[in-house]
Write a protein that binds this ligand. Structure first.
Ligand code: ASC
Length: 150
């Protein structure tokens, strides 16, 4: 009985961890998934960045809500850079697969800065948000420069 209970718990844990190990039937599905999560992340990060840059009026609740969505999205694309998904409707450079450690490092830097932004946004301090938006955008750009075709 104990064994069955442990098995069920383990299965539940795997199910809950699914976003981090999303499975894809075809390479195109992985490409669509990572582009979709990056697009949603950019949309919500962009709303916070627009406030930080003074393009839209600062709204603390909107900033916190959008930063939280961007943070959640920041965790998703990476499991979708599966082998065989370097070809097709993608700007991903082959360096992603050739230098996986460097790509992972770049992705982790972005996630770390996006998390700091979410924390800053929760405090409601526009000055802290400005700093965090700048740092986060820097990690977006660094990864694009190294790993995305123009
Ligand atoms: C954004 C966005 C990116 C980054 C990048 C930073 O808002 O969509 O891809 O910032 O432009 O240089």
């Amino acid at each position: 009985m104990k064994t069955i209970a442990s098995f069920i718990l383990a299965a539940a844990a795997v199910t809950l961890a699914a976003p981090a190990s999303a499975q894809f039937a075809k390479p195109e599905d992985a490409i669509k998934y990572r582009k979709a999560s990056l697009t949603v992340m950019a949309a919500h990060f962009g709303r916070v960045a627009a406030m930080a840059n003074g393009r839209v009026p600062f709204d603390a609740k909107a900033a916190a809500d959008n930063a939280a969505v961007a943070e959640a999205m920041s965790k998703l694309p990476w499991a979708a850079f599966v082998d065989g998904s370097d070809k097709g409707d993608t700007k991903a450079k082959s360096e992603i697969w050739a230098d996986g450690a460097k790509f992972k490092d770049a992705s982790e830097k972005m996630q770390a800065e996006m998390s700091k932004l979410a924390v800053a946004a929760k405090t409601g301090s526009l000055d802290s948000i400005k700093v965090a938006v700048g740092a986060t955008a820097g990690t977006c750009k660094a990864c694009h420069d190294a790993f995305r075709k123009d």
